[in-house]
Ligand binder design. Structure first.
Ligand code: GLA
Length: 376
């Protein structure tokens, strides 16, 4: 309750400033995101192929102007680079990395070991039954060595394992876990370190701000460190809503990971403004809910009071990030503009969402100015 009140007060306090200087009213040229946070952390976005191939020229221009780090939305996932047992295809991934190099950006690899967007054959034997432990470990080793090895010294950090935890902090019963056993995580980090000893290696997950899941991640990372494995950082995906996670939980979560001696990154940041659909917590991409009018109320545009709420929410979260600038090294948005956000299609397909800092016409939103003001 205290935090609901605090958030309302914060938004109310920010209102006159945002109203006076907001882009909706035409203001002086603003700083770019990468300049506003220079010396604090790098700021980035996840890019679709349309953006990094520059087919979406306006999106690409926005990225070059605003961001100094990039993540691939899909281009480096297992199904994209290694669709069949004997086929690696780096044509698209190479363009992603090339875009980052051409523009001198910090390039992030996402991701090596996950239970989604990984072809079925990975977990199967020749007859379609479950593969055995030795086979799956060898496939994982080959995949990690090939992919990380190809971009050695060029990709700065890898999401080595994505989403290995349940909400209660226990290990998810993924095919990786079921076939290899719980040491699949340690093995993934070991292989990644062998493939590029200079790369930063991360554990990445959503809803780590929840206490039970956060504690599970702390146990996991502490154990990996105790085994002498190289783990550089934890990625808090940061898929947020207008009121969750609380600022208090965000703050406590970053502090808790900092205490473990790992860097903290916000890796897939966005703020969902649409009404919560049932079972709509977290970011499990398999959640699907039918489209209904009441779940999609802003098809014609986001009402001004909500633009203000979104700006206030972004500002408050960035103030928490800035407080931890000594350990928080990166903030990456999941998408560039509202038009390309996955939240238009998750957990309900075909909605009109407004989760990012640039609108469907590539124009800055009130929230962008709020974020830049937070840095000043
Ligand atoms: C998860 C994954 C991302 C992406 C988003 C939704 O958070 O880590 O790669 O798939 O879901 O698009």
């Amino acid at each position: 309750m205290r935090f609901v009140v605090l958030t309302i007060l914060l938004i109310a306090a920010a209102l006159p400033v945002l109203k006076a200087d907001g882009p909706l009213r035409g203001s002086a040229p603003r700083q770019t995101l990468k300049d506003a946070f220079k010396g604090d952390f790098v700021v980035g976005a996840a890019l679709s192929q349309r953006v990094f191939s520059e087919e979406d020229a306006r999106g690409a221009a926005l990225v070059k102007a605003q961001f100094n780090t990039i993540s691939p939305e899909n281009a480096l996932k297992w199904q994209s680079v290694h669709p069949r047992p004997d086929t690696y295809d780096f044509s698209v991934a190479d363009r992603f990395v090339g875009f980052g190099e051409k523009n001198q950006m910090v390039i992030i690899g996402h991701n090596l070991v996950w239970h989604y967007q990984t072809p079925d054959w990975v977990f199967q034997d020749a007859k379609g039954g479950a593969a055995d432990r030795a086979t799956l470990l060898e496939r994982m080793r080959d995949h990690i060595h090939t992919v990380v090895g190809r971009y050695k010294g060029r990709i700065k950090g890898w999401d080595v394992v994505n989403e290995a935890l349940n909400a209660d902090g226990t290990l998810r019963q993924s095919p990786w876990f079921k076939i290899i056993g719980e040491d699949y995580i340690a093995k993934a980090f070991e292989f990644a370190h062998e493939a590029d000893p200079g790369a930063e290696l991360y554990y990445n997950d959503y809803s780590l701000e929840g206490e039970a899941k956060r504690k599970g991640a702390i146990r996991l990372i502490a154990k990996l460190k105790a085994q002498g494995l190289s783990i550089t950082g934890v990625g808090l995906q940061g898929h947020s809503t207008l009121d969750l996670p609380s600022l208090e939980d965000e703050d406590a979560t970053i502090s808790a990971f900092a205490k473990l001696g790992v860097k903290v990154m916000i890796t897939e940041f966005d703020v969902d403004v649409l009404p919560g659909a049932a079972a709509h917590r977290g970011a499990d991409i398999n959640t699907k809910i039918d489209l209904q009018d009441k779940l999609d109320p802003y098809r014609g545009g986001l009402p001004e009071p909500l633009q203000v709420d979104l700006a206030g929410r972004y500002s408050a979260l960035f103030r928490v990030f800035l407080k931890h600038r000594d350990v928080l090294t990166r903030v990456t948005f999941w998408g560039v503009t509202d038009r390309d956000s996955w939240l238009n299609n998750w957990p309900v397909r075909g909605r009109t969402n407004y989760p990012l800092l640039f609108d469907r016409n590539y124009k800055p939103k009130l929230a962008l100015d709020a974020v830049i003001q937070a840095a000043e």
